[in-house]
Design a binder for this molecule. Structure first.
Ligand code: DX5
Ligand code: ZN
Length: 214
């Protein structure tokens, strides 16, 4: 079954605790945490302290999407905060294999992330080492953007590579995902759908999660 990872970027930050407990009750599979540093992407959001704050409130896996320069500097802090999965952008990391190894050595699952204009081939050498590959379906930095359809080709290519090599890697997609674009991603081979606005900006989160799951 397709997993749904709501992004807390779309939450009311003054009620973050309630938001996380409500998402768990509404049927979320993972909690997606968007960390932005004002350099890799223009906005600044939050860091490991947010993970530490929500960790006691949920038993769901906490899925951290690092949109930061020098992601390797963040590994220890997120491990101590209780993150389950740490994903780093291939565009932000010169020593990708080393960083993936360090994330796994710290006891977390490791993910690699591709921007919409980054060829899928760039992560193929490390796909046997990671637990997750995240295909961005918008340019990172903001919630509520329009899905970029050309990313579907990358999803299909990743699916083919993973199946051909019989790898145990989940394909996640992130950005502009709603009922319609979520279906296209599932058909292209995605396993985990991140959605911010399409869940948190509605009045019935359980219904939105059910419909996006398909
Ligand atoms: C964008 C973030 C996304 C964002 C998705 O940089 O990585 O996770 O929260 O938001 P929606 O679903 O509203 O496009
Ligand atoms: Zn994200």
């Amino acid at each position: 079954m397709t997993k749904i990872a709501p992004s807390i970027l779309a939450a009311d930050f003054s009620r973050m605790g309630e938001c996380v407990t409500s998402l768990e009750k509404a049927g979320a599979d993972w909690i997606h945490v968007d960390v932005m540093d004002g350099h890799f992407v223009p906005p600044v959001t939050f860091g490991a302290q947010m993970v530490e704050a929500i960790r006691p409130l949920t038993s769901l896996p906490i899925d951290v999407h690092l949109m930061v320069e020098k992601p390797s500097n963040q590994i220890a802090a997120f491990q101590q905060a209780g993150a389950d999965l740490l994903s780093v952008h291939v565009e932000a990391e010169v020593h990708l294999h080393r960083t993936i190894t360090a994330i796994k050595d710290a006891g977390m699952k490791a993910g690699v992330v591709l921007n919409p204009a980054t060829p899928a081939a760039l992560v193929e050498p490390v796909l046997s080492e990671v637990d997750l590959v995240l295909q961005m379906t918008v340019n990172p930095g903001y919630g509520g953007q329009t899905f970029i359809s050309s990313t579907l080709k990358n999803i299909a290519r990743l699916r083919q590579f993973i199946d051909e090599h019989q790898l145990k890697v989940e394909i996640q997609v992130d950005g502009g995902v709603d009922v319609d674009t979520g279906r296209l991603c599932r058909e292209a081979g995605a396993d985990v759908l991140v959605a911010g606005s399409a869940i948190l900006k509605t009045s019935d989160w359980a219904k939105a999660i059910r419909h996006i799951r398909g």
